[in-house]
Design a binder for this molecule. Structure first.
Ligand SMILES: C[S@@+](CC[C@H](N)C(=O)[O-])C[C@H]1O[C@@H](n2cnc3c(N)ncnc32)[C@H](O)[C@@H]1O
Length: 212
């Protein structure tokens, strides 16, 4: 990347961070904080424009419960707090990143529209998915066995407590597994255009979890 592009991108990040009053931009390799492990993906935040494109506000009500699986420093939580969700939950492996996310939620300069915000420091494999979750968000947080286990638990939750669940999946590298379950129908794809002022862009897919 040229020095000019690098500068523009970093200045862009800084402007977003200042506008929202948060710190979410740096990348954290899990090995650097002693948490690396098979199928776990590093921390890097979602593009600032992504959630509002992937999930129109008109599609959310106070009956909806949002979970960000692998919530990191909480950029997506800050954005989800601007929707009328009944609850917004973040589950994150790192205690350190969860503390930063909590601070971000305390400091955020946004018009909060959601109900309770809960930030849980836990391996997702130790987390029991509540049976009222209706929007499950993944920004490529883990791969392989971890991903398939969490998806299977989501399906089991819907079979136990039938309801509409949408899954939003950024950088959907494990889509072949998702489709192999026969329980997901693709709803829409958002492909973000490169933004010289933002972080790297990507593809975000939304699916409906089908009833048994
Ligand atoms: C690509 S980042 C996404 C961060 C955030 N969702 C966002 O989009 O801004 C993936 C996050 O998943 C977390 N993660 C990886 N493996 C995990 C696991 N087994 N349980 C919980 N979180 C995990 C990482 O620590 C990292 O913060």
């Amino acid at each position: 990347m040229s020095a000019y592009k690098w500068l523009r991108r970093n200045v862009g990040q800084l402007l977003y961070e200042r506008r929202y009053g948060v710190r979410t931009a740096e990348r954290v390799d899990l090995a650097d904080i002693g948490l690396d492990g098979e199928d776990r993906v590093y921390y890097a935040a979602l593009n600032w424009r992504a959630l509002r494109k992937a999930l129109p506000k008109t599609e959310v009500s106070e009956r909806d419960v949002f979970v960000d699986f692998g919530s990191g420093m909480g950029r997506v939580i800050v954005q989800a707090s601007q929707y009328p969700f009944g609850r917004v939950i973040g589950v994150e492996l790192s205690q350190e990143l969860t503390e930063i996310a909590r601070q971000n939620v305390r400091n955020m300069r946004v018009r909060r529209r959601c109900g309770e915000i809960e930030l849980i420091a836990s391996d997702v494999l130790d987390y029991a998915i509540p049976d009222d979750v209706s929007v499950a968000f993944f920004n490529n947080p883990f791969r392989g066995r971890i991903f398939s286990e969490v998806v299977n638990r989501l399906i089991a939750s819907v079979d136990r407590a039938p309801r509409r669940v949408r899954m939003i999946y950024g950088n959907p590298l494990e889509e072949p597994y998702l489709m192999s379950t026969g329980r997901f129908r693709h709803l829409r794809t958002i492909a973000l255009k490169p933004d010289p002022l933002g972080p790297p862009f990507g593809t975000i897919r939304t699916y409906d979890l089908l009833p048994k």
